[in-house]
Write a protein that binds this ligand. Sequence first.
Ligand code: SAH
Length: 281
Amino acid sequence: MKHVKTNSKNFIAINSGVVDSHKPRAATTGKVWLVGAGPGDADLLTVKALRAINSADIIFYDQLVSEEICALFPKTTPALYVGKVKNNHSIPQEDLNQLLVNQAQLGLNVCRIKGGDPFVFGRGGEELLELRKAGVDAEVVPGITSASGCSTYADIPLTHRGIAQGCTFVTGHAEKTLDVNWNALAQLNHTLVFYMGLTSASEISEKLLAGGLAADTPVAIIENGCRKNQRDIISDLKNFPDAVLREQVQSPALIIVGDVVNLKSQLQVSAWISEAERLTA
Ligand code: SAH
């Protein structure tokens, strides 16, 4: 086995070296672990995720797996980047599915690691379906999804007694148009978390306002959540698209809409007061 550390630029070369889809198949002995890496902080990896990383023969990772987590990959295990390449094209999902199947059929234990949770806007379901269809032994290791990790690190509880009795995760990105029942979302009266919502910020704002959600509904934009450079930007439903532009918010970022966002300042004020009391005691 060739031990290679690669990145987006040499993916194709490495890919063609490791995978040979024309080879006759050996008995299926390998296993694929679809592993959730969480939103960034390596301390948020599960014990099971770390075990999968350490026991893999080969690792495939994408752009949402933080550098801190990539640094934990064993030096002797080939780690291949399968996220977006420079010209912004991802490796087609079908090719990636096939790659995973091939590697397992070659007898390798594969760790396919992705940001957050594989089953939350992570295409983990598609990969698992293909693997199971091909008769490959596959298991999913859940990860902390970014809505949970980022909101916690931003001091925003997603639900809170008396404020929000529920929380809905929504994607802000679609191949063509967003197939979302905006009026229903606007009427839920609970927390909404938008993944991949930066480019559709104006649409999210306009559609929720049109659905009847108040213009001053608090909004938090969390950029690079659970990483050393996390940024929390607080705005409201009417103005947050301007805030996204003004603050030049970069991906990955989450948009949290709802009254729970107000808890952030309350929690921080409480922390300051208790610190002040401790210092003056
Ligand atoms: N499976 C992932 C989500 C993948 S979709 C999960 O469970 O979290 C990619 C989107 O997730 C990004 O566009 C962004 O909206 C969100 N995201 C992922 N990691 C993030 C992070 N560290 N900070 C903020 N948003 C993040």
